[in-house]
Design a protein around this ligand. Sequence first.
Ligand SMILES: [Mg+2]
Length: 426
Amino acid sequence: MTAHHSRRNFISKAAVAAAMTPLAGLSAFGREYEAAVERTPMASPPSDLKITDIKCGYIRGSLFVKIYSNQDIWGCGEGVDAIPGTYHLVKNFGERIKGKNPLNVHRLFEDIRKSGFFQGAQSGMYIAVLSAIETALWDLAGKALKLPVYQLLGGKFRDKVRVYCDTALYQRNLPQPSDFAEAAKKSKQMGFNAIKFDLDQANDPNKYDFYNWTASPAELQRMYDQLSAAREAVGPNIDICADMHGRYDAVTAQTIAKRLEPLNLMWLEEPIPAENVEAYKLITESTSTPICAGENHYLAYGFRRMLEIGAVDIVMPDLQKCGGLGEGQRIANLANLYYVPFAPHMVASFLGAMACAHVCATVPNFMIMEWQSYFHTQPMFKEIITFEGEWVKDSFITVSDKPGIGVEINEAGMKKYAIPGVPFFE
Ligand SMILES: [Mg+2]
């Protein structure tokens, strides 16, 4: 018998006893008290935990999923990139797990992954939504068991997770080398010891053809000048990496990777589109500049061939997109078999950042994780979550010790950023 039932029986008996007394008013009092206890959240054994509902909201580029339970605790997770228009997918997946125990995270993940056609060979929106749900399940399980997610994932190698600051200069039109230098210095002043820049510019006036992504000599010079200015601004001991967002061809990738070698980059990211890992291998083998990819690959299966053939020097799955926290840990462990470091991509809110940090804490080959400069400049990111404490200090996030992920979404704060016509926690 659960504590809940024991208390209920006791109160019922008290109410009956009261009803048998000449003071009839006491019986009404007893019933009210019993009803109040019924409304009060009561803990029951984890085995009695059941998923009751699943709701979602869309803010900026993120899908936020909230999974409710019969014990007045809930879990939240986030998905990114491949999430627009996925409301009905969330509801469909939610129906599959309603009434089930959320503590069986891996099993529920498999139930959803294999519930579509082709027994789980999925990617894109399907896996991005699954990532948000899986993360919410870990959060819920942690709260139910009163343990932080890193503990559920096997414990931590480190208390703090190193991050690099993405300067988000792509949001400026045609940034100059001086902009790169200024952003690098600013990031260093903020305490970051690693910085990322974007080299691809679709509107570069030196580009000859929009559809052909062979960089012209002037574009290659522009890329070198930008990163060279950043290196000069911060010196040799700050890590610098550069992203090309998969927009170039193999000859451009090989040329620029070679050209950038004297700048000692931490990595050159997605110089070519993601699909052809054999092409990645040719580029990786042609240069001493480390080559990195993974944010557009899904599930551990998406990383198998890449790792087997040595296509990249570093893997960077996006945990809000590749399958979630368990799958992110699996990818890291798979990479570790090849002595390849794990440096996850991260463009979510601070909820997603902390969720990712839990996984980073649990794998030996964690290298560094992404952090966004706009966390510091756009008030929205503070308003949409609730978290006590410092987000980042001197290029490190301290992994939360609270049950679950340790960061809560703030639905009231999110409301003003809700997209009109798009479901908001329905
Ligand atoms: Mg990238």
